[in-house]
Design a protein around this ligand. Structure first.
Ligand SMILES: N[C@@H](CCSC[C@H]1O[C@@H](n2cnc3c(=O)[nH]cnc32)[C@H](O)[C@@H]1O)C(=O)O
Ligand SMILES: [Zn+2]
Length: 431
């Protein structure tokens, strides 16, 4: 059999037990065959994991990967002004090749920091899909729809593009790519088009993904226009178990109950919420209610990186502050949010190291001063490790990074192209 063996390390199991073990992978099927000692006898390929801990590849459950191009371009502003004054004008000047260059840069950064799957809402999605296809990651992709401020024809065309993209790309890249219909938010898409987005998604059999309750500015207008909370409104329009929303910062108790009832996932984006001062999501309450909570970096311009280790740490920290309780959102919980829970929320395989599961792995080098002594591996993963501690990255049974050498992209070329294209797009936006 065509196998890969990740050998000589410790493994973080599905119940977060840490044991000395090898991981044997079927490279053709992209699945884990066995976890145990002494498995590397006749593997076709091996990865040395001595001194390392093998963890499930991390799941970045909400991002806009091509926004790496605007990283550091406009900081220190609230969401609405930041989007309208800075980000949207530059995005308006993006050509398809810019989105491709930004996606390559983002994917490079994700592979280098142990992320193997992501959910992405953007435009020129065909270019993002192409990057995912050739680099070997796993993704759920959708075209973001905005209808406010557009005439009837433009609004319809944007929605139709999202539906078309969802139809075309679900199952692409040998099944590594899944799709979604992605209305931008409950306030930037009108009711009529939101309804259509939900019914089209149900017909295709894919989730709806949208930003919701990110700032109070997204709550007040819905209360005024519809006399109900945003998630009550979303539920009336069709929000269901397969769907997942980003942020969920300003949700009240009734909305939390509603999410638990509907089974809708929430993607917590702590760094973005802090940086844009959007607020503190009630993560502990959501978890207590039984809501599936994943973790996302959001775009690189509101973070400003795509490192899911940083996101775990931020989630634990802000979760404690929000609950006014140091025992809230503990290490074990944020590691779960960045792996199994995130995978479940976005409906992608992965997130667990066990036979039959997707072979999506990050091998973290623990032989570092900041990871010493090793009292508690899960604590280190949540609080002390960084993306740069990842030594090897494997997705779908394929080695994407070996000994920090990314096998699927030319790092220098990706950086050079992204820098040049970002500069040119910003110059065009100012013309
Ligand atoms: N088709 C739309 C684009 C929507 S893509 C998704 C959008 O989400 C934006 N975005 C990034 N971060 C956030 C956030 O935190 N909240 C809301 N929107 C965001 C991002 O800039 C991107 O334009 C159009 O033509 O305008
Ligand atoms: Zn976002």
């Amino acid at each position: 059999m065509n196998t890969l063996c990740v050998s000589g390390g410790a493994v973080l199991g599905p119940d977060h037990e840490v044991e000395r073990a090898d991981v044997l992978v079927d490279r053709d099927e992209g699945t884990i065959l066995e976890v145990g000692e002494g498995l590397n006898a006749d593997a076709a390929e091996t990865l040395d994991a001595s001194g390392c801990v093998v963890i499930p590849g991390l799941v970045n459950a909400h991002t806009h990967v091509a926004m790496t191009l605007v990283r550091g371009y406009a900081d220190d502003k609230p969401l609405d002004a930041w989007l309208r004054e800075d980000i949207w004008p530059v995005e308006g000047a993006f050509e398809p090749a810019d989105v491709e260059a930004g996606a390559e840069l983002g994917v490079l950064e994700m592979i280098k920091s142990g992320t193997t799957a992501f959910a992405d809402m953007y435009f020129h999605v065909d270019r993002i899909a192409d990057v995912v296809e050739r680099t070997g990651l796993r993704a759920r992709l959708g075209h973001g729809v905005v209808t406010v401020g557009k005439d009837e024809a433009e609004a319809r065309a944007d929605l139709e593009e999202s539906v078309e993209i969802a139809r075309e790309f679900d199952g692409a890249g040998g099944g590594r790519i899944r799709s979604m219909v992605a209305p931008h938010s409950l306030t930037t898409v009108s009711e009529e088009y939101l309804r259509e987005a939900f019914s089209a998604a149900r017909e295709i059999g894919v989730p709806v993904h949208l930003h919701a309750n990110e700032t109070t500015d997204e709550v007040e207008p819905i209360l005024e226009d519809w006399g109900m909370r945003p998630l009550e409104y979303a539920r009336k329009l069709g929000l269901s178990a397969e769907d997942f929303l980003a942020h969920g910062v300003h949700v009240d108790d009734r909305e939390i109950e509603l999410l638990a009832e509907s089974g809708t996932g929430v993607i917590h984006c702590p760094a973005s919420n802090m940086k844009l001062a959007s607020g503190m999501a009630p993560v502990e309450k959501l978890l207590e209610a039984g809501v599936t909570v994943g973790l996302g970096t959001d775009g690189a311009a509101s973070n400003n990186d795509l490192d899911m280790f940083g996101e775990m740490r931020d989630a634990a920290m802000i979760g404690k502050l929000a609950a006014d309780d140091a025992s809230a959102v503990p290490a074990d919980t944020v590691v779960r949010m960045a792996t199994a829970e995130g995978a479940d929320a976005v409906g992608l395989p992965g997130g667990r190291i066990q036979p039959g599961a997707a072979a999506d792995l990050a091998v973290v080098d623990f032989e570092a001063p900041h990871l010493t002594p090793r009292h508690d591996v899960v604590s280190h993963l949540a609080y002390a490790a960084r993306g740069s501690d990842v030594r090897h990255t494997v997705c779908d049974g394929t080695v994407l990074m070996r000994d920090r050498d990314v096998q699927v992209l030319d790092q220098a070329a990706v950086r050079e192209r992204a820098s040049r294209r970002a500069g040119e797009a910003i110059a065009r936006a100012h013309e």
